[in-house]
Ligand binder design. Structure first.
Ligand code: SAM
Length: 250
């Protein structure tokens, strides 16, 4: 019997993640659409018990240490580089009673979610931008806060984001990073291979973040900008699984 003529196949059948591209970087849609771009996911993840579970019960501690550190010196004009779930931004906005807090994220759904948590009497300037190429002028912020963004970026994107953070910081600027600490070789979560495999499957760029020497990287990125970088403070948490660190930019 002769073969029946085949139906022509559409050449470009969009994959599920491609429906979320909408101007966001490919890696964000491809690996994290379910967590940051899908409205149901955004609603689900922005609940305290979910956030605490993802951060193994360390969320409050991380928040407290970060906010305490910010209190250690004046913050001046401050940018939070990308949105985060939970109460971090509302708490931060409360700190900046006089001057506005700035926040930038590449996903509108995230900015909407964050703005929905800010009381009407607080001033949050929310702007949609890719942190890899920010629209801000050079040296306009006194503090930049990056909360659990860097480990979610591929190497090249991570380096561009760091370079942009250095560029927009004024002399004596503060770069505060809240992140997974360097590779936690002796931590139970790392040594237990099935757990490590699950975590690095959910977080596909975590392994390269673990390998990154941030001090060295920042110094290298600062040089062509005519800037210098020095780590001035750090605190490891949860058996050095997480780290809050501050760099001074001149
Ligand atoms: C800060 S990170 C991780 C947050 C962390 N899991 C939490 O909620 O505590 C997630 C955010 O980064 C944003 N993001 C990812 N890549 C970005 C980029 N290149 N520029 C700006 N925002 C970005 C995502 O849209 C998302 O809102």
């Amino acid at each position: 019997m002769a073969n029946a003529p085949r139906e022509p196949q559409p050449r470009l059948r969009p994959k599920l993640y491609q429906r979320f591209l909408d101007g966001v970087p490919d890696y964000l849609a491809r690996h994290y659409w379910w967590a940051y771009l899908w409205r149901t996911g955004v609603w689900f993840f922005d609940h305290q018990p979910v956030i605490s579970t993802i951060l193994f019960g360390q969320y409050r501690k991380l928040l407290d240490v970060t906010l305490e550190r910010l209190d250690a010196a004046p913050c001046g004009e401050t940018l939070q580089l990308s949105c985060v779930y939970g109460m971090f931004t509302p708490k931060l906005a409360r700190k900046f009673a006089g001057s506005p807090l700035h926040i930038t994220d590449v996903a509108q759904v995230q900015l909407d979610q964050t703005l929905g948590k800010i009381p009407a009497d607080r001033h949050l300037v929310a702007t949609r931008m890719n942190a890899e190429s920010l629209g801000y002028a050079d040296r306009v912020f006194d503090s930049v806060i990056v909360f659990f963004l860097l480990h979610e970026l591929p190497d090249e994107a991570r380096h561009r984001v760091l370079s942009e953070a250095l560029r927009i910081l004024a002399p004596s600027g503060r770069l505060l990073m809240v992140e997974y600490a360097p590779k936690p070789k002796s931590h139970l979560f790392y040594r237990f291979a099935p757990f490590r495999k699950l975590l690095t499957r959910l977080e596909p760029f975590l392994s390269s973040h673990w390998e990154e020497d941030y001090q060295q990287r920042l110094v290298g990125l600062a040089r062509p900008l005519g800037r210098s970088v020095r780590e001035i403070w750090r605190r490891d948490l949860f058996g050095a699984f997480y780290r809050v660190s501050e760099y001074r930019i001149d």
